[in-house]
Design a protein around this ligand. Sequence first.
Ligand code: PAD
Ligand code: ZN
Length: 366
Amino acid sequence: MATDMRAAVLRGPEPITIEQVNLDQPDAGEVLVRVVACGVCHSDLHTINRAKGGPLPVPVILGHEVGGIVEEVGPGVVSVKPGDHVVVAFRPNCGLCYYCIRGMHQLCERPDNTARSATGERPRLRMGEQPVQQGIGVAGYAEYTVMPERGVVKVREDAPLETICLVGCGVTTGVGAAINTAKVQAGSDVAVIGLGGVGLNVVQGAKLAGARKIIAVDISDSKLETAATFGATDFVNASQEDPVARVQEIAGGYLDYAFEAIGLGATVRQAFDMVRAGGMAVVVGVVAQEVTIPGIAFLREKQLVGSFFGSAQLQYDIPRLVDLYMDGKLLIDELVSKRRPLGEINEAFADMEAGAVARSVMDPSK
Ligand code: PAD
Ligand code: ZN
């Protein structure tokens, strides 16, 4: 039996609308999750803006930062049962491909390893006869979602799903970029460019790792103020001063790590330019542009590395990040600037575009 539900559907360049959508029951190896809350991440905004610029596979349901409760499981599912609380991992892994067997699950080549797929043949979602894509593999702006088993991670039941939903992307991506990708060393100096839901988590990841200076860079004073709550020690407004020169000055000329958490070629270049010889610039933002780097800097052993989904081992990292939050060592409540019913999804994206929020969280039951 299929589930009829309300979902926020993107059909093209026009605003998202709330529609009745049909979701298949879980097939072998799949899990039906009731979405309790779904955060609003900039990666979804990238999709919306791409849809404005040209054709994109639509209709699509976006939303990939989900906290929910297992409603039903398909044949063969062993790790969760109905009633379990889960955080959805938008990038499941097969466990068997070249990358998975070498421990790099975030780079899995077959993330959707069931008989159906989020984007290709046999989609799980439909509007009438028309197939609907599961945006970023999840389709979380809806009352329910069906995920492959490895795309749900069981979490403790005393943790509020309305808040820990953010571990499904922003928290894991940001904290993981600092701890897993860069392996920030205690006592080192770190700069973070872009202080949205992702960048603020890089800040608190660097704090957890024991960084000395954590230099926050943004063009919004309110974001710089928020970064102080998350552990930033120094603040640079890039619209008022040259971020490269100012960050280098604060770090005494030897900045160890810089993180780009926006997704712009120009700020990737800033991150690369501000680190010391042998330092590491980590690109967390999704950059659709070409990036130009002065090649001679490689003689100074500068590193430029990418980071995807916090280089995380999801079944291991997600429950631990939730524990750190429950122990008061990680801030997540402070990331939630606004809670909104599903019908206000366009307003939530407008807030993000205006730089007015760290994170909005949508409630699909309203
Ligand atoms: P956001 O829109 O909440 O935050 C972006 C921040 O950048 C805002 O605070 C802006 O004020 C600030 N900003 C914009 N322009 C500049 C500038 N020129 N200099 C300094 N600051 C600026 O986005 P987010 O935190 O949700 O996402 C950030 C990026 O991370 C985005 O590209 C998203 O797609 C990407 C992302 N990557 C992964 C991954 O696995 N690598 C996962 C999730 C999100
Ligand atoms: Zn995201």
